[in-house]
Design a protein around this ligand. Structure first.
Ligand code: SF4
Ligand code: SF4
Length: 510
């Protein structure tokens, strides 16, 4: 690990709200997308000539389209309840990383152009013109928000800063100011089918290699099928599962579960990506284009069920948007959506999370488990933001909190939760979600991870926890990178299905 060029926050026994340090993170600016990257996803290649007018027009467009956006801009009473709830403020002390201040960057311009008082008495109501300086601050601070929604849990009006951030990014993209990391990935997934730009033959090689590894390890021929027409299940999983560590361990876990349950399944080379970064830039059309690849694959392969692997924002998009976006679940009613709804088996949720699938099999005793195989691990669970605050699982309230923990307890003997105020709907973001998982934002990522690292440190000290399980590809990649900055070993990071993989007992006869 190269020496950091910034100060790493110290882990404290009792978490404290930091002293305010104005502009502490004003120097942070994520790399901007080049013209080819922008144009590949349909945005102007550079800042358009009449950008101020265009940005205000776009804001008006979004205010008309998304009622929530207007309500959030109007409803804030500046009560301050959200100020100390953002991990980026807690890790940096920069007051512009307080959720209310992040909102205010857009709200002040909204007031100037869309309210009577702001038009005629701007100074009285804190209304501002959209200057280049304000625009630059939008870029800096809307790419220091992971759209985690934690602040909204504590706001008495439920104001969701994540939606304001998405609107800010959408306006920026529309006038030619995009982020390199997110928009480059969006281009790759639209062109090739996954975030990594991994072509079909490379995927085939990777899966064959994994099959050999599993057989060498267990003596059992477990398959990872690709593009298998007529399979019952299409598994849509983040492309990081195909080759990143520790992600691949969970992919092996899914394969073992399908194998032992005797349920035919397939991956798709056309839709080899669960991630949908269209959510991060608040762009519905981009999100739909990416989701359409999954519908195409499901129709082409003739599957009966669609199951989603361990990926936080992907599950949010799948659970909350796929129905109206593309008809996976009731919602969209174009001919292909209707065809797919008729094709999918109505006895199962569409879509279904891999944890729901595995939990059901465990409850019914379909899987042979030896919990002691995980006895070298003392496990805690990190709730991922988009699963916790943007979706559900199962048919019970809070199922997204219960089901992953129940799986862990069914496959491992040692489990300890982190402090109550840092889990479930109050979970702290890993610090790398929502388009922040890029090395040019490493300072934001490391500092934003502080609250989670402090909560982890407590269970490490009190219970000797040595494994933090999670169900998100971004969380895994983020923690792998930032935990060494806090003195933790990256081998502590892993998936829930990595634990399942360790505990499941396969027999050569299966
Ligand atoms: S959504 Fe999350 S990252 Fe964004 S301001 Fe709120 S708490 Fe901070
Ligand atoms: S908690 Fe809600 S109402 Fe209070 S300052 Fe924050 S956003 Fe505004």
């Amino acid at each position: 690990m190269a020496a950091p060029t910034f100060e790493i926050p110290k882990l404290k026994d009792v978490s404290v709200v930091p002293a305010v340090q104005p502009d502490a993170m004003a120097h942070i600016k994520s790399f901007q997308a080049s013209a080819p990257i922008q144009e590949a996803v349909g945005f102007p290649g550079q800042l358009v000539d009449n950008w101020e007018q265009k940005a205000i027009e776009k804001m008006g467009d979004l205010l008309g389209k998304y009622r929530s956006f207007k309500v959030y801009l109007d409803a804030c009473v500046h009560c301050g309840a959200c100020t100390d709830k953002c991990h980026y403020f807690l890790g940096t002390g920069d007051p512009k990383n307080m959720p209310v201040a992040r909102q205010e960057l857009i709200r002040s311009v909204y007031r100037r152009h869309f309210t009577f008082a702001g038009k005629y008495f701007p100074k009285l109501v804190g209304a501002k013109d959209l200057t280049k300086d304000v625009l630059d601050q939008w870029y800096n601070y809307y790419y220091q928000c992971s759209e985690c929604r934690r602040c909204s849990v504590f706001c008495p009006y439920g104001i969701d800063t994540a939606e304001i951030t998405m609107a800010g990014r959408e306006i920026l993209d529309s006038i030619g100011v995009g982020q390199k990391y997110t928009n480059e990935i969006l281009g790759k997934v639209q062109r090739i089918g996954n975030n990594l730009g991994l072509p079909g033959p490379a995927l085939t090689d990777t899966l064959e290699g994994l099959e050999e590894d599993i057989e060498a390890d267990t003596g059992v021929a477990v398959r990872l099928p690709l593009d298998q027409k007529g399979a019952e299940v299409l598994l849509i999983t983040p492309s990081a599962d195909f080759f990143s560590e520790p992600h691949v361990e969970s992919l092996i876990g899914y394969a073992k579960v399908f194998h032992q349950a005797g349920i035919s399944w397939t991956l798709s080379s056309h839709a080899a990506e669960a991630g949908n970064f269209g959510l991060f830039i608040g762009n519905y059309e981009t999100m739909r284009n990416i989701a359409l690849r999954i519908r195409d694959a499901a129709l082409e392969l003739g599957v009966k069920r669609i199951i989603v692997g361990e990926c936080g924002h992907a599950w949010r998009v799948a659970y909350s948007f796929w129905n109206t976006l593309v008809g996976i679940g009731a919602g969209a009613n174009d001919p292909f959506a209707i065809q797919l709804q008729q094709q999918l088996d109505p006895r199962y949720p569409a879509p279904q999370h891999i944890c729901e699938f595995t939990y059901d099999l465990l409850q019914r005793g379909v899987l042979t488990i030896d919990k002691s195989a995980n006895d070298h691990r003392i496990v805690t669970f990190h709730d991922s933001c988009n699963v916790s605050r943007g979706s559900r699982m199962g048919d019970m309230p809070g199922g997204q909190f219960v089901i992953p923990r129940e799986i862990i307890k069914m496959v491992a003997n040692n489990f300890h939760d982190m402090a109550a105020e840092t889990i479930n709907e109050s979970t702290f973001c890993c610090g790398g979600g929502g388009g922040i998982l890029t090395d040019d934002l490493i300072e934001v990522r490391v500092k934003g991870a502080l609250p989670r690292m402090e909560a982890l440190n407590h269970v490490v000290k009190d219970h000797k926890v040595n494994f933090m399980a999670m169900i998100c590809a971004i969380c895994k990649a983020q923690f792998n990178k930032v935990m060494p900055f806090y003195g933790f070993d990256m081998s502590m990071v892993g998936g829930v299905h990595q634990l399942v993989s360790t505990a499941i007992q396969l027999s050569p006869k299966e």
